[in-house]
Design a protein around this ligand. Structure first.
Ligand SMILES: Nc1nc2c(c(=O)[nH]1)N[C@@H](CN(C=O)c1ccc(C(=O)N[C@@H](CCC(=O)O)C(=O)O)cc1)CN2
Length: 284
């Protein structure tokens, strides 16, 4: 049985990086199955994602990582090494709109999501029956301005209890505090229901209607303290004309939201998203 791994890295660009990485892989008798790199010449950094396989079923990240550390240190790399068989554990947060949650649950139930959904958290109890019917645990954490610190502490306790690797805000309509964003940095993805940077905030479809745009869309991005300003992972748009009302745009936009979020979650969980400042590199 083959064991499969993914190495992602970034470092100051210079000759010899690919040679050093492939020599390390050859030394372990590892077979490269996919390789992508991007040379960000404007910032002098190289970004790389390499997936590889081993015929030795007992070989683990525990063996590979210590051996790679000196290679990484020599080039000043920021790096991660993953065992592909260990799927990220995902906590999904939602308020009342269920279309993105439903889509993720369907992909999970049909094994077409490279992630393990482990818990759904909501600030309302409305979606408990649907979630529990899908065989997932549901936690209702009510949020008011007064209770937000306690609510966020309870969320972090669940993140630890369920050993969560990724939090997905699938139309969760509460603004996370700076402290919570810091705790979840690089491991929380939100779907914003507009084609950013247009129409940030809570009612983008009404803003879009008033502006008379001919494209509406959705943006999946990493969550940062600055609302809807995080690094963008994926965007989807749909052409519209003068006829749709704001409520029609809400309905039309659902497809863009669920598709953009599902793609972003899948790419993140396949280790295909690398951060480059406030931007992303997608090795899709
Ligand atoms: N720190 C962040 N928190 C959240 C982000 C983010 O980018 N950074 N994205 C939002 C989702 N979102 C838009 O995509 C959004 C959600 C909620 C609001 C808002 O103004 N909420 C009001 C309350 C609304 C309600 O109770 O229904 C508020 O929190 O006062 C704007 C944008 C998720 N969180």
């Amino acid at each position: 049985m083959q064991r499969r791994f993914v190495l992602t890295l970034s470092c100051p660009d210079r000759p010899g990086i690919v040679h050093a990485v492939t020599s390390y892989l050859v030394n372990f008798g590892l077979d490269i199955t996919e390789h992508q790199q991007f040379d960000d010449g404007r910032h002098g950094r190289l970004f790389m994602r390499t997936s590889f396989a081993s015929e030795s079923p007992e070989l683990t990240v525990g063996h590979l990582a210590p051996a790679f550390a000196p290679v990484a240190a020599a080039f000043g790399m920021t790096w991660n090494l993953y065992d592909v068989s260990e799927q990220p554990r995902v906590l999904v947060m939602v308020s009342r709109f269920d279309h993105c949650l439903n889509d993720l649950i369907y992909r999970w139930r049909t094994n077409s999501l490279s992630a393990e959904l482990v818990l759904v958290v909501s600030n309302h109890d409305d979606l408990r029956p649907m979630v529990e019917a899908a065989g997932l645990p549901f936690a209702h954490i009510a949020v008011t301005p007064e209770t937000k610190p306690a609510a966020e502490a309870e969320l972090l306790s669940l993140v630890s209890e369920y050993r969560v690797d990724l939090v997905v805000l699938a139309r969760y309509m509460q603004v996370l505090s700076n402290e919570l964003c810091k705790e979840l940095e690089g491991r929380a993805i939100n779907i914003h229901h507009s084609f950013l940077p247009s129409f940030v905030g809570a009612k983008p479809y009404h803003q879009a209607y008033e502006r008379g745009v001919k494209l509406v869309g959705a943006t999946a991005h990493y969550v940062t303290p600055d609302l809807d300003e995080g690094p963008i992972i994926e965007q989807e748009v749909i052409r519209v004309d003068h006829r749709p009302s704001p409520d029609d745009l809400v309905r039309v936009g659902r497809d863009a939201e669920r598709v953009a979020l599902a793609r972003a979650v899948e790419w993140h969980c396949q280790r295909r998203v690398l951060l480059n400042g406030n931007r992303t590199i997608i090795f899709s």
